[in-house]
Design a protein around this ligand. Sequence first.
Ligand SMILES: Cc1cc2nc3c(=O)[nH]c(=O)nc-3n(C[C@H](O)[C@H](O)[C@H](O)COP(=O)(O)O)c2cc1C
Length: 377
Amino acid sequence: MTDLDTLMNSRHSRHPSIDRAASFAERLGLRVPVMLAPMAGACPPSLSIAVCEAGGLGACGALLMSPEEIQRWAGDVRAQTGGPFQMNIWVPDPEPPRDAEQESRLRQFLHPWQLAMEECAPHAGRGEGRAAVVLNFDEQCEAMLATEPAAISSIMGLFPEAMVADMKRRGIVWMATATTVAEAVTAVHAGADVIVAQGMEAGGHRGSFVAAEAEQSLVGLMSLLPAIVDEVDVPVVATGGIADARGAAAALLLGASAVQLGTGFLRTTESSISPAWAQAIARTRPEDTVATRSFTGRLGRAVRNRYLESAMGADAPSPAPFPVQSRLTQGMRQAATRADNIDAMQAWAGQSARLSRAVPAAQIVDELWQGMQTLLG
Ligand SMILES: Cc1cc2nc3c(=O)[nH]c(=O)nc-3n(C[C@H](O)[C@H](O)[C@H](O)COP(=O)(O)O)c2cc1C
C-alpha cells in the first residue's frame, strides 16, 4: 500500500488541505503532491527520474530544446521510471521593437564583461558557444504532445486554441502559470485544467503574460495564492519561494492542491547546475536575489552578482526587450558558465535559495510530504 493509499483510506480526522492535496495527487497519478518545477536548461532526466521515483511529478523545461532533444529527454526518463512528468514551454512574445542605438550602447557595455569571462575560461576559445539552434514553437509543441506526458504547462501567456484542443483530445492536463488573479481567470476561461500560481519569490523568469508589465505585478505567494484559489474553480499549484515543509504546509493551508519547487531542487545530487551557481544558492539570503531584466530582457530573479550590480546601476544602458537582450548577453553568460565564474553568471534563484539542500532529490520529496502531514496534523 502506498503512502497515498494509507492516507486516503485513513478514517482519522485529517486536515482538509491534506485531503485536497491527496486527491489532486491521485488524479495526476502521483503518490505525493510535490512537483519539480520546469526549468529550461536545469531539468536533466536524472532529476525527474529521482522525483518520479519518490512519487512526485517530473518536469522538462523544453524552451531551449529541439524536437529531437524533447523526444530523447522523455525516452531517457521513461527508461528509468514509470512516473508521470510535465512538459513545459514559454508562449512566444510578439516581436519586440528594435533600437539600434541602444543595442550599440549595450554591446559596448557588455564587451569588457564578455572579455573578462573569456579570460577566466582560456581553453574555451573566444566567441565560442553552443551553435545557435533555430527553434520553432509549433514543432516543439508537436514534440511535447508526442511524448504523451501527464501534463503540459504554459508560461508567459496562453496556448493557442488548437494546442489546447489537441491536449484535451489526448487527455493531457493543461497547467497554466499565472502571476496575477486576472491571468488565472483568463487561463481558466481558455480551458486551463490547473493554475500554477507563481509568486514573485520564484527563481527564474516571471511568467507575466505581458512582458512590459512584470514589475507592476510583483505579487508575493502569500497574497496571490488565496486570491487565485478564491477566484477559480480548478486546482491551484503553489510555486515560488517554497523550499521546505513549512512553506509547503503554508501553501496547502492557503488553498494549494500541490507545491512546485525549482530552486529547492537545484542543489540536489541529481541536479546539473555549475558548482559556482550551487555554492551561490547555498549562501544566498532572500535579500540577495534580485528581479532583473539585465540577462534576457524578460524579468527574472537571480543571485545578485557583480555583473547585475553594474548592469542595474544608474549609468548602465537599459536592457533591450526579450529576446534581444538575451542574444546580446549570450556570449558573456556562456563564458561565465564555462569559467564557472559567478560574477557574470546567469544564476537564477528564488528568495528561499538558502533553504535548498545538497541531498538526493527523493529525500526532499519525502521530507516535504512527511512534514506537510505532521504540520497540518
Ligand atoms: C533555473 C530556472 C529555470 C526556469 N525555467 C523555467 C521555464 O523554462 N519555464 C517555466 O515555466 N518556469 C521556469 N522557471 C520557474 C520555475 O518553473 C518556478 O516557477 C520557480 O522555480 C519557483 O520558484 P522557486 O525557484 O523559488 O522554487 C525556472 C526557474 C529556475 C530557477
